[in-house]
Design a binder for this molecule. Sequence first.
Ligand code: SAM
Length: 230
Amino acid sequence: LPRKEFAIISVFPEIFASFLATSLIKRAILGDKIAIKTFNLRDYSTLPHRAVDDTPYGGGAGMVLRPEPWGNAITAVKKESPNGRVVFLSPSGFPLTQRRLGEMAIMEEPLILLCGRYEGIDQRVIDLFVDEEISIGDYVTMGGEVPAMVLLEGVIRLIPGVLRNAESLTEESFITPMLEAPKYTKPPVYNGKAVPPVLLSGNHEEIAQFRKVESDRLTFIRRPDLYSDG
Ligand code: SAM
């Protein structure tokens, strides 16, 4: 399998240092399953003090990221990855779903992730360079870096060979598409609370039945919408 490539463009690429150097992501990089490069938007500014933002036309609070550094950065990244797919993390994007993560994991094209900051980025960047706008949910974070990490973790764990136990991929929430039943490990009694006895029974049928019932109960109470999305 060819390794999956990612490029991240951000005003604060240092946010990704420990993310890329830890646990499964680190192992996937060392195992050549994935390659991730970060780019500092300021390196592509031609203005004094490497400025990348300015006040919004039409007025309003805050600063907007100017289009030129984005254009320069995306063009530079695309020189190395001409078939790269440009994804802008944005609260106005299409909602991220497990299905979309699965499609991205098997897509051959490198993913070029754009992380906004401040009040966002000039619309012309989106019109000229962006293939897809993705939101991680109906709330606003300070920047696109954490949303990009959400997308990266979601995609990378689906790339074949990244997880040791691939079975966990088929059983978990949003594939079935129900919420998962509660999980327990040792000790059998903790602070006076015992593990449900059926899980210690060794009876696989009863255990499966218990998990199905719990999963149904949770889904019915918390996410009835999942039944209609199926
Ligand atoms: N004024 C912007 C708006 O209402 O759309 C919010 C800008 S937000 C403070 C700065 C950046 O964080 C955005 O450009 C985007 O890259 C990222 N961001 C914030 N919330 C996000 C979300 N739910 N999904 C994806 N990216 C998000």
